[in-house]
Design a protein around this ligand. Structure first.
Ligand code: HAM
Length: 432
């Protein structure tokens, strides 16, 4: 039986046109992040299973991790996220890296998920992290950077950052509501899924978690209160931190894009402070585009000093959905600038010389790899979306000329052999 040409479930093939879009997206991401002085790093696809078992959330480790035992009996896993690798790398050189440590990477990650809009089994994720520095200043920079990324795609007014604080939620669940850790865990799960179910179902979960009627109304009141009200009624470190953060975001010119949202919980275990997610304002893309937060104890798992960090991950799948939904994907130019034809074997030397000269000038040049008639070679040039074809007519050759055919307009220009490069460049630059 013939093999299927379909890619493995939840993965994508990237044909050249798809790569063009991807390279443009990643290029824009990297440029924006670099403009804030973040430096790129990379790491391996495979890590020890224990690296994820330590701090990555239960859902990922128990249900989504691709893991195996290698030939040397080591339990290893395919990275489902980049943060543990980044933390391991920072911990290994903790005294050598210049602080604050600003890092970014765009790795491919694997999670065994049910493929659906915005969620696949293999995705690429921009990871941006800053370790050290004053927490408020670092968080302000990171959230400003996140907004600047969306502005670089012309989508700054079509997204919203939702911010919460783990310590504020701990204060509320344990001190104010008196919930046990297990109850709080169930309530967190219910809140995490709240936007996907109706009121009755949500209430059912809370009753199941053992919450009495008055606690449920207390909870509902909390979730509809403003940050200022919560801070006044329940003064605590988390609320004070968020109030300060909002003040700084105002100064950085991005306050309008950021809201307080106590339903933002984040599934990963290592977050200890501010947590946030970034959403498309368009309802078709209801999944988070970015997720991140502050982690105080991640370095601790490597026995190193508790260097606190904050970072986020942003997926390529939801970014592409966002850009397509809002019509923000540009029309890409063909990558092939010129095709130099080969009408007969005897002129191969000249054809190659012209091709070489154009390549040295920085252009992308193809040849047909076969001798062929004028018409058949023009067809090849069109099919490859070359912008200009260099043609050799017998009459022109005797006069020391070649023909440049501009494929978009059909215009033909006779030029001297020695002028091919300058004329091709001036046509491509729209100067003639
Ligand atoms: P995360 O929330 O698991 O965080 O993922 C961050 C983003 O990656 C999501 O908002 C989404 O855009 C994208 N993403 C996640 N899973 C998938 C998937 N299966 N298919 C498509 N896109 C997906 C983290 O991974 C943290 N390590 C981020 C971080 C960095 N925190 C601190 N530093």
């Amino acid at each position: 039986m013939a093999l299927s040409t379909e890619s493995y479930k939840g993965t994508r093939d990237f044909y050249p046109k798809d790569m063009q879009l991807r390279n443009w997206m990643f290029g824009t991401l990297a440029r924006t992040v670099r403009s804030f002085g973040y430096l790129e790093y990379g790491g391996p696809m495979l890590e020890s299973f224990d690296l994820y078992a330590a701090k990555t959330g239960e859902e990922i480790v128990n249900q989504q991790l691709y893991h195996m035992v290698d030939r040397g009996d080591r339990k290893i896993a395919v990275r489902p996220e980049m943060t543990p690798t980044m933390a391991r790398m920072v911990a290994a050189k903790i005294n050598e890296l210049a602080r604050p440590i600003r890092l970014f990477s765009i790795p491919n990650l694997w999670r065994y998920e049910r493929p659906q809009r915005g969620r696949l089994r293999e995705h690429w994720q921009l990871n941006v992290d800053v370790l050290g520095g004053d927490p408020l200043l670092a968080e302000t920079e990171l959230l400003t950077l996140a907004v600047e990324i969306m502005r670089a795609f012309q989508g700054g007014d079509k997204m919203q950052v939702k911010v919460n604080h783990r310590k504020l939620m701990d204060e509320f669940f344990s001190r104010r509501m008196g919930l046990t850790t297990e109850q709080a865990h169930k309530v967190v799960k219910a809140i995490d899924a709240k936007s996907k179910v109706d009121e009755a179902k949500f209430k059912g979960w809370l009753i199941e978690a053992g919450l009495a009627e008055e606690k449920i109304s207390d909870l509902n009141r909390f979730f509809t209160s403003s940050l200022e009200t919560i801070a006044a009624e329940m003064p605590c470190e988390g609320a004070a931190h968020l109030l300060n953060l909002f003040k700084m975001l105002e100064e950085s010119g991005v306050r309008g894009q950021v809201v307080f949202d106590p339903t933002i919980m984040r599934g990963l275990d290592y977050y200890t402070g501010t947590v946030f997610e970034i959403y498309d304002v368009s309802p078709e893309n209801h999944r988070a585009m970015f997720g991140g937060g502050r982690y105080d104890n991640l370095m601790g798992i490597f026995g190193k000093e508790a260097l606190s960090g904050v970072g986020f991950g942003m997926g390529d799948v939801s970014l592409q959905n966002f850009l397509e939904t809002h019509g923000l994907v540009p029309k890409f130019d063909s990558e092939i600038d010129v095709m130099v034809t080969l009408p007969k074997g005897e002129i191969r030397g000249l054809s190659e010389e012209i091709a070489r000269g154009l390549r040295v000038s920085g252009l992308n040049v193809i040849t047909p790899l076969a001798v062929g008639s004028f018409g058949s070679q023009l067809k090849i040039a069109n099919k490859h979306e070359a912008k200009i074809a260099v043609l050799f007519g017998d009459d022109e050759l005797t006069r020391g000329e070649v023909i440049l055919k501009v494929l978009g307009t059909g215009e033909q220009i006779n030029v001297k052999k020695e002028e091919v490069i300058t004329r091709v460049i001036s046509i491509l630059n729209g100067k003639e």
